[in-house]
Design a binder for this molecule. Sequence first.
Ligand code: FRU
Length: 500
Amino acid sequence: MNALAKLLEQERLRLETAYLSKNVVDSWRMRFHIMPPVGWLNDPNGLCYFQGRYQAFFQYAPYGVDGSDLKLWGHYSSEDLLHWHYEGAPLLPDSPYDCHGVYSGSAFIEGEEAWLFYTGNVKFDGDYDYINAGRGSATLRVPLLRDLSLGTKEVILKNEDYPDDYSCHIRDPKVWKETDGYHMVLGARSRASHGAVLHYFSDDLAQWNLLQEIRAVDGFGYMWECPDIFPLVDEAGKEWYVLSISPQGLERGLDKFQNVYQSGYFLLEPDVVRVAGQTGADARQVLELDASTFVEWDYGFDFYAPQTFADENERRLLIAWSGVPDSDKEYSNPTCARAWQHCLSLPRVLSLKEGKVYQNPPEELLSLRAQELLFTLDAQANVATAPIQSTVVDSLCFDFVLSAIQENAGYFEIGEDLRFAWDENGCSLTHLSEAGGGRKTRNLSSLSLQSLRVIADASILEFFINEGAAVMSTRFYPAAEHCEIRFQSAADARLWMFGK
Ligand code: FRU
């Protein structure tokens, strides 16, 4: 460990220990979602199953809550995707290629070997715009050793290796293997300010050549962050590739692109991904996508930069940051006053049906269901309409399921703070009080609600709609843990409180 790393490590430990020693009781800290020990968290990084455990790294800034401080990779591991053990922050910005932040990246496992790939951020001193000049965005790799410590960092691509017509905003490597060799995608912004993915190929994980540029026909935002490409097999047994991106610069709408930045996917035919054999090292191909086929991963308030990985059971799991960059202009997150900010999403199991990626909580979550609560019928309910039922929970850690919904209008409410409503036009998720931190409504149109599962964990709510056909996520900060849950719907309803 070099002298700079020692200082960064000491300061992280000092801040974490100072926070822990206060024994703060904070009802907004989650039980089973990954959150920062103290300070700021953003993207999930280096997700993998390695050494018999789930490994989840994350963008971590223990030095402050607002995201402007130096980024490290924090690390948790888990046996079951629910009980996460904090492992410290092994990847530090301590080299000339990453001294202003170890930015996002992925893990790649092959047999007993594992690597972390990431972006080293450097801001050079001078009068630069830091878009087209003044920023180093090297791609680095570092071995992840069996004891989960890290080997020596190595630069595999520098700014000068990227195409000339690209800006310095190139980052977030995701690496995977095909039968022909290794592939890597990087998120990018061209000098002309169109978002794109740069797709590289390698025989040995060390030397990388550009294969193709992936972009949208008529443009689609100015920057695409955190790309991921992975296979999924549909219900007919046909293989597809999913290209996930987090584009910035799309025009916001009332029922699409409702947040400041987005995350979603395109479905690709396998032959446009497995192009290695068809291109020479210098030939640059362009794969143009139809932007109208982009599908958002989540229609709520808090979701960005998802990353996927396959586990030992060949499940494809997705974890995202339950937050959005730059949303502080329209949202004041009250946990900042409690010395931390943000969390990662619940891991979602992906499957492909009817041309759409379904996302559902992992079945491990069933093991947390403890006490089941019953509902009381509201005495004032009008017999002509669906019944209103309610119950009181003593913490916001529950699993609520509505199935076989019979009417095309209804609602689910938490106290006087939040309302999820549906009718023949779709669903809406609305914050009614300060518990939303200043946010109002998100809409999901053209959908008829048949089932709903709400997973609540202290200060996050994730609404899984129609068996995972769509998801809406929101952070939620109720004044009291004790609250009434109410719904109006002719449906089967069950509610379990989560145990530890
Ligand atoms: C996405 C992102 C990445 C970058 C990281 C820095 O939220 O901007 O593109 O690597 O965060 O923290």
